[in-house]
Design a protein around this ligand. Structure first.
Ligand code: TEU
Ligand code: CA
Length: 586
């Protein structure tokens, strides 16, 4: 149930330029979204067939994970041609049809910009590796073996850095007798952004897509493009095989310079409303204040990783329980830290993270209610919310049984590495089941028919067997579903300026069960309180609790509280949004 509002939203050129403050973004992972030609792999035709579904949900922007030509070594994040479409996903004509359909429904489309690295099959790299004095040699990072060592020998790598996908970051090239750098897989060589030719080639490609009508970019590991050219070794963790090179390639010395140059060369003077979001693993709050300060002309917002690493130890596979107090401390710090400058992106999951309801909620008895609670919490924070495909249905992690069930290079390489290091298979598999990226990549569950209505063929990865219960057809037909709750949240952001523009005040930071905060804009105040646990809880220490006695209940995910039930007591996984008016300045 939603009540209208009177408090005006900010207006004028800044508001227009910062349109994304009241927008909601929906991320599509094309391989797993919808298959239109029965080959078991999602494609552009499948996405176009669901544009009405997205418009109905009310989202403002679609972010498309990579659809460019790619040998798919890392599921498309290894690009062999930037200005075309991977045939398995369709053609440029199919892309234009999708873009037309999205714009036709008043939405925008953002592309994935993957320019920290290319595929090793990209013509740039093919030419670069063709000979040591190739004119494109310096487009990548080529180095001789470590002094006194013979190329290809163990330990001869130029630095001791470990790759995100296991093993060393350096690959020896017999033909030219040198190593090339790849922070991710061997088939993802890093581009050398020190070379202005590389940068200009990237900017030209970005302008090409903007000329084609796209509305912005999500920038893949963009805070890794500037490396410490001294290439020092990294610290080797106890018992580790490789050194941690991240201090030498995350937030590098020329990163701000490159982002400002990119902004000038690609966006400055260009008419239109665009969105840029930089994916920045390891980005600090202090750095984010600089990256997202509009006055600096770098990016509109960043994806930071702090809250998706709170349940992880030294590596993402060392999983430990998440404490609500830690989650509130982290998200609260980012709310406060970007209150006066910059802007937050808000996300629980994406194609690299496990499913939100399985990780932060309860994907068993309270799946629907906890999925709604997670939506309420995220969408009422100050920032731009991102919905990952299937999150609006409360899709869960998948029951992967054996290593053969996994498809993701990160998981498969980690398994091989861990087994080689003597870890027990069931222990490694247990971590993969919880943190593996394939949890996010099972087909979207459209209905109860075979393969969840994702394909009429054999899916590249099986649908989660719970699709007969969890699917879009059932969700749309059930007004009490997670889907309808997400639509209500998105509608609230569009109708109530306080949601997009109100300031944020965390309450009860030390409470182990309750996540509560206030949003305030002008004379409108919202109280959001959620019981992030399977046990009843009472938010009785809320300041001025009495003030909320006669406030309006704007949205809830549980049966409206009995009149007898104290207003501030919450059932397991219950979340409510109250609205009240306050005298200005009070
Ligand atoms: O992800 C970068 C990144 O940080 C993730 O690889 C992360 O380390 C890990 O998956 C989380 O555990 C981006 C893309 O989102 C990812 O899909 C690509 O694999 C990666 O870059 C390389 O392009
Ligand atoms: Ca297909």
């Amino acid at each position: 149930m939603i009540i209208g509002s009177e408090t005006p939203a900010p207006e004028g050129p800044t508001a227009d330029r910062q349109w994304w403050k009241s927008a909601v973004v929906y991320q599509i992972y094309p391989r797993s979204f919808a298959d239109s030609n029965g080959d078991g792999i999602g494609d552009l035709g499948g996405i176009t067939s669901k544009v009405d579904y997205l418009a109905e949900l009310g989202v403002d922007v679609v972010w498309l994970s990579p659809v460019y030509p790619s040998p798919q070594d890392d599921a498309g994040y290894d690009i062999s041609e930037y200005q075309d479409v991977e045939p398995v996903f369709g053609s440029l004509a199919d892309f234009d049809a999708l873009l037309g359909a999205v714009h036709g429904r008043g939405m925008k489309l953002v592309m994935d910009l993957v320019v920290n690295h290319t595929s090793d099959e990209h013509p740039w790299f093919v030419e670069s590796r063709s000979s040591a004095d190739s004119p494109k040699r310096d487009w990548y990072w080529w180095r001789p073996a470590r002094a006194g060592m013979r190329g290809g020998d163990p330990g001869a790598e130029p630095t001791n850095w470990g790759s995100f996908f296991s093993g060393p970051v350096w690959q020896y090239d017999e033909a030219t007798g040198e190593y090339y750098l790849h922070l991710f897989s061997r088939k993802q060589p890093d581009l050398n952004w020190e070379n202005p030719e590389v940068r200009q080639a990237v900017y030209a490609m970005m302008r090409w897509w903007l000329d084609r009508g796209v509305d912005g970019f999500r920038m893949d590991v963009i805070n890794m493009i500037s490396k410490d050219t001294g290439l020092p070794d990294g610290h080797v963790m106890h018992g580790g095989l490789w050194g941690d090179g991240s201090p030498h390639y995350i937030g590098g010395p020329r990163l701000h310079e490159y982002l400002q140059e990119m902004h000038r060369e690609v966006f400055a003077g260009r008419q239109g409303q665009f969105l840029t979001v930089g994916e920045m693993p390891g980005c600090t709050l202090e750095e984010a204040r600089l990256f997202t300060d509009p006055a600096r002309g770098e990016v509109d917002m960043v994806f930071q990783f702090e809250h998706v690493q709170l349940d992880q130890g030294p590596t993402k596979w060392d999983v430990h329980p998440l404490r609500l107090v830690d989650l509130k401390a982290s998200l609260g710090r980012w709310q406060a830290g970007l209150a006066d400058v910059g802007w937050n992106s808000l996300y629980w999951n994406n194609h690299d993270q496990p499913r939100a309801v399985s990780r932060f909620g309860d994907d068993g008895e309270y799946r629907v209610r906890s999925a709604k609670l997670l939506g309420t919490l995220l969408h009422l924070h100050r920032g731009t919310p991102y919905v990952y495909q299937g999150e609006e249905l409360g899709m869960t992690n998948a029951p992967f049984a054996a290593i053969g069930d996994f498809r993701d290079i990160e998981s498969i390489n980690h398994y091989a590495d861990a087994i080689r290091a003597g870890q027990a298979s069931n222990v490694v598999l247990a971590a993969l089941r919880v943190m593996g990226r394939d949890n996010a990549r099972t087909p979207v569950q459209w209905d109860g028919s075979a393969h969840a209505g994702f394909t009429t063929g054999e899916p590249w990865i099986p649908a989660n067997p719970n699709y007969p219960e969890i699917n879009a057809a059932a969700a749309l037909a059930d007004p009490d579903s997670v889907w309808h709750h997400y639509r209500a949240l998105i509608d609230l952001r569009h109708r109530e300026p306080v949601v997009a523009h109100g300031d944020f005040t965390m309450l009860l930071p030390e409470h182990e069960q309750i996540y509560a905060f206030i949003r305030r804009l002008g004379d409108v105040e919202l109280l959001v309180m959620a019981n992030v646990s399977g046990r009843a809880a009472v938010a009785d220490q809320i300041p001025y609790a009495g003030h909320w006695e006669n406030s309006q209940l704007l949205l809830t995910n549980a049966p409206a509280p009995e009149p007898s039930q104290p207003r501030l007591s919450l059932h397991p996984w219950e979340a409510r949004i109250y609205r009240r008016r306050v005298a200005p300045g009070r």
